[in-house]
Design a protein around this ligand. Structure first.
Ligand code: C2E
Ligand code: CA
Ligand code: CA
Length: 405
């Protein structure tokens, strides 16, 4: 057997799992074929069937600590994708409660059925499930999702995951006032994977919590280095994205606070970016959590503002410092009266609630000028700067002490 993180290879003839052994993981067959065998009580070995690409094997191990119910042997050279017990437990823990219960019940019954078959000596028919598994493996993103989750965990420990920083500037002075930290993944085989692809996947598995903690720590250390190199006359802030998973964790505030305390950055330099969806999904928890963050000195920004919920009544319910106008409105602002009206309203709404406004996705001079004229405080976008690696940030800041437009 050959190990490569969560991918396993077996040569034809090798035993992949042995009946009676402890099971620690399930596998999805990527390549090759296996046979499934059980030893019956009277000492015979019975052939239950074979499985090929797309099929799942060893799934019972994921439910409990009972021994493997069958022996699986490679009949061709095989490549298998591993689903660990730990990963599954994390997903189940995070699943909808009904789904959680249903999965447990169905899997327990399935285990019962296998045990009964073993007692009666009448082996269960496994072939019916194979069609279903194949359809599932082909038609759904489940396999890709598992691959991304598996790969991400090790990527986070390597240099494959990095942060890029996009400057945010004050529209009245043209000075850089802060950055947004954005995650990047350079996969060794797949190349660049967009955060729009992997963030939702790692949110689902709960891995986002580790990723966010890493991003916060890394970006605050980078901010200190950038400030030292750029020698700026004012403090810069770092805006970091957080998801609802992060907020749901019991120790969220402590963990963020701890990271800030061990860094050289002060709490007011840390901006937490969250979406409206997060606020509406867990209003009571979010209100309490945000109040604690605020008390500790951090600043709260609402990301993609205007795309989530139409009700504005929630705005004064939460302690919010900044609204970030979503890119889609800024993009259409110059040729769509509706979008322009929306941008104007968000700016005046924010002002009347004593909030700062950041416009996202500013791509040209006309937009920048219009936003400044409307009284928008800050902007970020390709017109000023794209997200860039840390090594380029200090140069950018020193060469652009004041951006004219
Ligand atoms: P977002 O938080 O809305 O981030 C802004 C996105 O807009 C970034 O995309 C940025 O590169 C892009 N952008 C900035 N200026 C312009 C512009 O002028 N024009 C256009 N067309 N795009 C612009 P990116 O880096 O691909 O990130 C996509 C999304 O992935 C982010 O959207 C955010 O939701 C998520 N994301 C990225 N990094 C993290 C992270 O560390 N944690 C979490 N929770 N989410 C992240
Ligand atoms: Ca953001
Ligand atoms: Ca955004």
């Amino acid at each position: 057997m050959h190990d490569d993180e969560n991918k396993k290879s077996f040569k034809a003839g090798e035993t992949i799992m042995k009946q009676g052994d402890e099971g620690r993981c399930a596998y999805i067959i990527e390549k090759g074929r296996v046979e499934i065998l059980i030893d019956t009580r009277n000492g015979e070995t019975q052939y239950l069937g074979s499985r090929g690409p797309g099929a799942m094997i060893g799934e019972m191990a994921i439910l409990d600590n009972a021994p493997r119910t069958a022996t699986v042997r490679a009949i061709e050279d095989c490549e298998l994708l591993e689903i660990t017990k730990k990963d599954f437990a994390l997903r189940l823990e995070n699943a909808d409660p009904i789904l959680h219960m249903m999965t447990k019940v169905v899997m327990t019954r399935y285990r019962d059925m296998l045990q009964r078959a073993e007692i009666t000596g009448d082996p269960p028919k496994l072939n019916a499930a194979e069609d279903l598994e194949l359809t599932y493996a082909e038609g759904s993103s489940a396999v890709e999702t598992i691959k991304i989750t598996n790969d991400f965990e090790s990527a986070l420990k390597s240099a494959e995951i990095s942060l890029h920083y996009q400057p945010i500037l004050a529209l009245d002075s043209g000075k850089v006032v802060g950055f947004e930290a954005l995650m990047r993944w350079e996969h060794p085989e797949k190349g660049f994977i967009s955060p729009a692809v992997f963030i939702p996947v790692i949110e689902d598995s709960g891995l986002i919590v580790k990723a966010s903690a890493w991003a916060l720590k890394e970006s605050l250390m980078a901010l200190t280095r950038i400030e030292n190199r750029a020698g700026y006359d004012h403090e810069l802030f770092m805006s970091v994205n957080f998801s609802s998973r992060d907020f749901a964790a019991d120790d969220f505030v402590e963990s963020v606070y701890e990271t800030i305390s061990v860094s050289d950055v002060s709490a007011p330099q840390v901006h937490l970016e969250i979406t409206e969806r997060l606020l509406m999904g867990q209003p009571d928890n979010a209100k309490e959590t945000l109040a604690m963050c605020r008390k500790a000195g951090m600043s709260i920004s609402i990301d993609d503002f205007g795309t989530g919920y139409s009700s504005l009544s929630y705005l004064h319910y939460f302690p919010i410092d900044t609204l970030k106008i979503d890119r889609s409105f800024v993009k259409d602002m110059l040729n769509n009266d509706g979008s322009a009206a929306l941008v104007k309203s968000i700016i005046s709404l924010g002002k009347s609630l004593n909030m700062k406004i950041v416009a996202e996705g500013v791509e040209n001079k006309e937009e920048a000028v219009m936003l400044r004229d409307l009284g928008c405080d800050m902007a970020q976008g390709y017109y000023f700067a794209k997200p860039m690696p840390e090594k380029d940030v200090a140069n950018f800041v020193t060469q652009n002490r004041r951006i004219e437009f």
